[in-house]
Design a protein around this ligand. Sequence first.
Ligand SMILES: [Fe+2]
Length: 399
Amino acid sequence: MIKRIRSDQLRPGMYIHDLNCGWMDHPFVFNSFAVEDEEKIGKIIATGIRELYIDSSRGLDVEDAQTHDEFHAELHEKITALAASHEVRAHPTTLMEEVTVAKVVHQDAHKVVHHLMSDVRMGKQIEVAHMSPMVENITDSIFRNKDAFISLARIKKKDEYTFQHSVSVCALLVAFSQAMEYEKNVILEAGMGGLLHDIGKMKIPDYILNKPAPLTEDEFAIMRSHSAIGRELLEHTPGVPEAAIIITGQHHERYDGTGYPGKLKDQQISPLGQMASIVDVYDALTSNRIYHKGMEPTAALKKLFEWSRFHFNAKLVERFICLIGIYPVGTLVKLESGMLAVVVSPGHESLLRPTVRIVYDINKAQALTPHDFDLSSQLDSIVQYESPAQWGIDPYHYL
Ligand SMILES: [Fe+2]
């Protein structure tokens, strides 16, 4: 049985089913393994892992611990109640109208970031003036319809991860700052911070940055230095807004003080730093990497919600979940009627009732001519999200 325990309940003889900290945040070769000794437990606790999952059928048990299924049912209930209570705001432009423009802006942004990062790698100075128009174009697209750019930014080529992740984090931070009702100039500065937040990675040796296998402990420490390196680099670059420097330096800090480089806690981390940490983890979780298959957005939001008990500002995570929506555009969902459908636009009344494009009938095992259905009509509803890979359906094909 899979059970959720605190890391201080770990004992030699237990079997870890899931370290529960996201693949990017730990120096262990595997995510599941047998705990042989206290040394390993110390290492797990030192990494900042506060709760994890054990498999009681493969090792010692913690009898009164909550099971994975119980916990996830509870999590689902909480997150659904949160989404149901959220008031949905209409976009000034439809997804279809914005997607063509967003594609061009996305391609341009990718080129600019690629160029910028190559410059840094070669020791050249960053030209902030080249980036400002790009951040403005992304911000304008997000303001017209955030879902167009954000759904495009989810698709990443494996070998271009760092560039595309930067563009994604920029877009998500702009949307998040807008949802927080920040002034336009702060939103633009936050966007700039998103584009630059991982710039320090350009000073990390390539064999570590693109290693097609988990990092060793030493390599992991070098990789972790990227946020401090990035902050220093930007401090010496003319024209970089203070907000962008803060985002770069703080995006790996954690609310409980287990992050890096400063081990900052609570309000010691600036609001933009707290927001950047949420956005950075969300994009990393939902992206396909060299040896890691990305999670569906709904699953990633649940993880953020779970981790917000310790690692993030819980109020900000709630705001972020409502911003993205439990079933964002591009999510494959199963309907109560037994149909598979792709979310094509957020619900106008509730996040739980978007408009979907029905593509497959599960009962008849039959592909259908895609047709749209507005779930706010209450004639059908979403049961759960589904894995596109499991059904062999590419949701983006239907957008
Ligand atoms: Fe980073």
